[in-house]
Design a protein around this ligand. Structure first.
Ligand code: BES
Ligand code: MN
Ligand code: ZN
Length: 523
């Protein structure tokens, strides 16, 4: 970020190098000519608008549209050179510009991502996005979504590239304009979007950082940085190995035994200044395995390659706290928000925990560890048990927990496990608004028997045939304090991807930051 500046204006700048215009399918001539392409596909009103524009550009616009056989349907996009080498018009199809239709934020986020990509492709430093056709009632949401898309699309992870292998980025200015804009209001919407995008980028950076450069102590230091920023409103408490041992967090300690890196649990607390009666206590728990080799149940060489991503749950929660710490005071959550991060490496040495070992978790339950690669649930067992004394109203955990969830849902959706229907709905709505997807998967107690152990209270893998993402979620449930509303997000698929969209590049996505910020705001 930082290379992108977005400003809001009532009029389009005259000196731009790229002009972007949303065009909707409804602006075509009507259903009969839906298949028509090119100039004749446009409705008279749009044709008139473009014609006026075209007079300035000696007919390049019209011939461009004809040439590309462009038709204005959603996600149809074309760039037309307007005669001068550095002057382009991008027509970007959207579903609707009708005030009657509620705008789809996700479509506009992707629109924004495309604006950035087009600017990069044409090397345009100054871009004008002309939004006069956007109905005033939808403007705030659309400006927010476009801004978020532009910022997220501009994300790059260059920390480990020498300057000559970095792709060149130049600073770009984007002016979003409409005669009907209340520019102050719109600037506020854009600023909020920027903060959200920047917090998602913050999470992406943590996940993209190589595993030897981001160890448990580094996650703790990152949390400390968030809390210690002046005016953050956030306090931190961290437990080291000795303190964890005293506390009885033996499941987390068992995972860390095979590593030279010390484990920690760190706890961030945000409290609203004015506590209303409605104030709830939300505890966010994020899996922080900074590298997952699988331990003695070692992964394959293929499986090992992406396992720096195994702290994406922790990164997500830190992204949320980062956002809260930087919000204008008046916009901060009205609820108490905690982030709890158990963190460890999962490695191999002579002291490694062995398949067959039994440990007693923080809540007193004994666990037979039969597969050292099912380590995430061990960290979470202790972290969830720890929430007992926090008197939480709602717990949401996020974890790159199972390959099984990824097999079921792929990389576009995260699994959502909860017994609480309202919480389920709230999270799905929040995710939808953030352009992320959660899919409910069963937390069915019939599968509880699959994690019964013959020597301990419970074992850390399911017996043959039981669904892996569900047995993992049922395992976690054993450690959630009674009567607390709880949801588990298995983000193994969407946290780290090899194909994204207009504003998500392959690699870390920062999944969950947007969803949880929305969730807290809507609670
Ligand atoms: N961190 C992995 C899950 C994972 C896999 C995340 C792929 C992202 C991409 C987790 O610790 C793990 O290894 N889970 C095991 C559980 C099994 C041993 C019961 C798995 O899914 O194979
Ligand atoms: Mn594992
Ligand atoms: Zn793992």
């Amino acid at each position: 970020m930082g290379q992108v500046k977005i400003s809001l204006s009532k009029s389009a700048p005259e000196d731009c190098e790229l002009l972007v215009l949303p065009v909707s399918a409804a602006q075509t001539k009507g259903s009969k000519s839906k298949s028509a392409t090119g100039w004749s596909a446009f409705a008279p009103s749009l044709r008139q608008q473009l014609k006026e524009l075209d007079q300035e550009f000696d007919g390049y616009l019209k011939s461009g549209i004809e040439h590309f056989e462009f038709s204005p349907g959603a996600f149809n996009r074309v760039s037309i050179n307007l005669g001068e080498p550095d002057l382009f018009l991008r027509l970007s199809g959207v579903t609707s510009l009708d005030a009657q239709d509620p705008p789809d934020a996700q479509e506009w986020r992707r629109f924004g991502g495309d604006v950035w990509k087009a600017a990069k492709e044409h090397n345009s430093k100054k871009v004008s996005v002309v939004l006069d056709s956007v109905p005033a009632t939808n403007a705030r949401l659309i400006v927010e979504a476009i801004s978020e898309g532009i910022h997220l699309a501009s994300y790059q992870f260059n920390d480990f590239k020498s300057s000559n292998s970095r792709s060149k980025t130049s600073a770009r200015t984007f002016v979003l304009s409409s005669q009907s804009f209340n520019t102050r209001q719109m600037s506020k919407a854009a600023a909020l979007a920027e903060l959200r995008a920047e917090s998602t980028a913050f999470a992406r950076d943590l996940v993209n950082t190589p595993p030897s450069n981001l160890q448990p102590r580094d996650l703790v230091a990152t949390a400390r940085k968030i809390a210690s920023k002046k005016g953050s409103g956030i306090t931190q408490r961290t437990f080291n190995r000795a303190q964890l041992s005293k506390m009885g967090a033996n499941a987390l300690l068992a995972v860390s035994r095979g590593s030279d890196a010390a484990p920690y649990m760190t706890h961030l607390v945000y409290k609203p200044v004015n506590r209303s009666k409605r104030c709830k206590r939300v505890v966010l728990v994020g899996k922080g395995v900074t590298y997952d080799s699988g331990g003695l149940s070692i992964k394959t060489r293929q499986g090992l390659m992406t396992m720096k991503c195994d702290m994406a749950g922790a990164a997500c929660m830190l992204g949320v706290m980062h956002a809260i710490s930087r919000m204008p005071k008046a916009d901060r959550p009205t609820h108490e928000v905690h982030a709890l991060i158990p963190t460890s490496e999962n490695m191999i040495n002579g002291s490694s925990v062995k398949p067959g070992d039994v440990v007693r978790a923080l809540n007193g339950k004994t666990i037979e560890i039969l597969n050292t690669d099912a380590e995430g649930r061990l960290l979470l067992a202790d972290a969830l048990s720890y929430t007992e004394k926090l008197d939480a109203d709602i717990i949401v955990d996020a974890a790159t927990l199972t390959g099984a969830c990824m097999a079921a849902l792929g990389s576009k959706l995260a699994g959502l496990f909860t017994d609480d229907d309202d919480l389920c709905d709230m999270l799905i709505t929040a995710a939808h608004d953030a352009g992320e997807k959660l899919w409910p998967l069963p937390l069915d107690s019939e599968y509880r028997s699959a994690i019964k152990s013959s020597v301990a209270d419970i074992k850390n893998i399911g017996s043959g045939g039981a669904p892996g993402a569900t047995t993992a979620a049922l395992f976690l449930k054993e450690f959630v304090p009674e009567d607390v509303r709880w949801a588990h997000l298995d983000i193994a698929g969407p946290a780290f991807v090899d194909s994204g969209n207009e504003y998500i590049q392959p690699s870390a996505t920062g999944f969950g930051v947007g969803t949880l910020l929305q969730f807290i705001a809507q609670l």
